[in-house]
Write a protein that binds this ligand. Structure first.
Ligand SMILES: *Cc1c(COP(=O)(O)O)cnc(C)c1O
Length: 485
């Protein structure tokens, strides 16, 4: 393979050439503007986006690392954190920070639990976090980064955390119990009051991951839909993560990590006093903190206010109900569990759901594929208010299409069979290579699979998850290496 090495252009290009090239590059991206993309983009309309952009660019150069240099950002951050604290029944006693996203918020929650344990449970050598199988992978990442053990507990038939199983998984080394409000895969809210009570009885911490739900559920509840209690009103909940760049409709790079009180948050903070560069203190993972994301979040929260969010959430819930009922009305399809807001998973008892997903891709819909059990994922937001009917029509069509015996389906099945056979006769590392190549064959640009059914079939055929992990790391390596033109 001849790789083209990319280096700085010797002479700078013109502004217009650069912008034209970037515009052309965007042409290959998913077109979220038409409301056919789920989960990656949250869009509350032009007015909100324009304001967020204006606020972002106004604070484009400012750095949230030093609040004494930029009291403006300090004010925006503390006000955003305070507003979210009030929204989540914080009673004015919560403390927290803005972070760059849900992952960083969760990293902070796990770090804080570890540091809390070091201070309060010094005998624990290997702290453990107990969490449902559906909790976000950011917790595994946090456990991996911070030397904490993640103990995953299977969920019940309703896809919610299993309280008894959680109780049994808690040991003397457990420092943190996690629940999601709602879980990303199925949109169901874990039984937070019961989970938090378990933690409280044992005198340990309880984190609620409301990354996707924190800006929805308080309004969903106010609109009269039933919502499982999940916030600081629940005794025993000690921290909550809430993403503003999801249903807060803020600019990307904005989330909040909140603690029940400042004493707990103290364990999150970092300071060193011996550096020749001066005394250095930082509240979260990052050093330099982009002012734009903080300013844009503040602007959007103040622009929409309670009324604005209520209006948006009402529309989102109406759209969700239409979609949910429409999906359940399609022969063979059903929504998994009882989603409490606008995140849901579609499964099929009759057909290959990944084939259906591929048919939806052909029709321009960008849906995530899920496993255990196989399903397609929907994160309904304001951008989808006018597309529900078209979505349902295309979905019904896709089911029929996927059911048709066609050449492609049988070649998919052949590929899966070939992978199965290969995995029986080849050593693990080689299998990864073979499967990697096979997935590239099915892929479009940069190995990104356009038709995923065969790939998911093959992944399912790999005899152990270690092989699968290697394969995924191969793909990740590919994605973070310049594509040969
Ligand atoms: C999105 C999400 C996260 C991670 O947030 P990022 O902003 O992608 O880092 C964590 N938990 C849940 C429930 C989420 O939906």
């Amino acid at each position: 393979m001849t790789e083209k090495r990319i280096r700085l252009p010797e002479h700078g290009l013109s502004r217009s050439a650069i912008l034209a090239e970037m515009d052309a590059a965007r042409g290959h991206d998913v077109h979220w503007q038409q409301g056919q993309v789920f989960s990656l983009v949250f869009d509350a309309g032009d007015e909100v986006n324009e304001l967020a952009k204006a606020a972002y660019t106004t604070f484009f150069s400012e750095n949230g690392l030093n609040p004494t240099a930029f009291p403006s950002l300090r004010r925006f951050e503390t006000e955003v954190v305070a507003m979210i604290g009030e929204l989540l029944s914080g009673q004015g006693t919560t403390a927290g920070n803005m972070t760059t996203g849900g992952t960083e918020s969760i990293l902070m929650a796990v770090l804080t639990a570890r540091e809390w344990a070091r201070a309060n449970r010094p005998k624990i050598a290997q702290p453990e976090v107990v969490l449902p199988s559906t909790a976000h992978p950011a917790f595994d990442k946090a456990a991996h980064y911070f030397g904490v053990k993640a103990v995953r507990v299977p969920v019940g038939d309703d896809f919610r955390a299993d309280v008894d199983a959680t109780r049994r998984a808690i040991t003397l080394d457990t420092v943190l119990v996690v629940g999601s409000a709602p879980s990303y895969p199925h949109g169901v809210v874990d039984p937070i009051p019961e989970l938090a009570a378990l933690a409280q009885q044992r005198g340990i911490l309880c984190h609620v991951d409301a990354c996707v739900g924190g800006m929805m559920l308080p309004f969903v509840r106010r609109l009269g839909y039933p919502v499982t209690p999940f916030d600081f009103a629940v005794p025993g909940v000690t921290s909550i993560s809430v993403d503003l760049h999801k249903y807060g409709y803020a600019a990307k790079g904005a989330s909040v990590i909140l603690y029940r009180n400042a004493e707990l948050r103290r364990h999150q903070l970092f300071a060193t006093t011996d550096w020749p560069g001066g005394i250095y203190a930082s509240p979260t993972m990052t050093g330099t903190r982009p002012g734009g994301a903080i300013a844009a979040a503040w602007a959007v929260l103040n622009f929409l206010g309670e009324e604005g969010y209520l209006r948006i959430v009402r529309t989102v819930m109406q759209t969700t109900v239409r979609l949910r009922d429409g999906i359940n009305a399609i022969d063979g399809l059903r929504v998994l569990g009882q989603p409490e807001m606008s995140v849901l998973a579609i499964a099929s008892d009759k057909d290959n759901i990944y084939e259906i997903g591929d048919e939806m891709s052909v029709r321009g819909w960008h849906l995530d594929r899920q496993q255990l059990p196989p399903s397609l994922h929907l994160t309904v937001n304001y951008a989808h208010r006018d597309v529900a009917d078209r979505f349902l029509l295309d979905l019904a069509q896709s089911v029929l299409e996927a059911r048709e015996p066609s050449l492609r389906h049988s070649s998919n099945e052949l590929a899966v069979k070939a992978a199965r056979t290969a995995t029986k006769i080849l050593p693990g590392r080689l299998v990864s290579g073979v499967t990697g190549h096979a997935s590239a064959l099915f892929g479009g640009e940069a190995g990104l699979p356009q038709r995923s059914a065969a790939m998911y079939g093959m992944m399912g055929a790999l005899p152990n998850r270690g092989d699968l992990r290697e394969l995924v790391l191969d793909l990740l390596e590919g994605f973070t290496t310049p594509a040969s033109k």
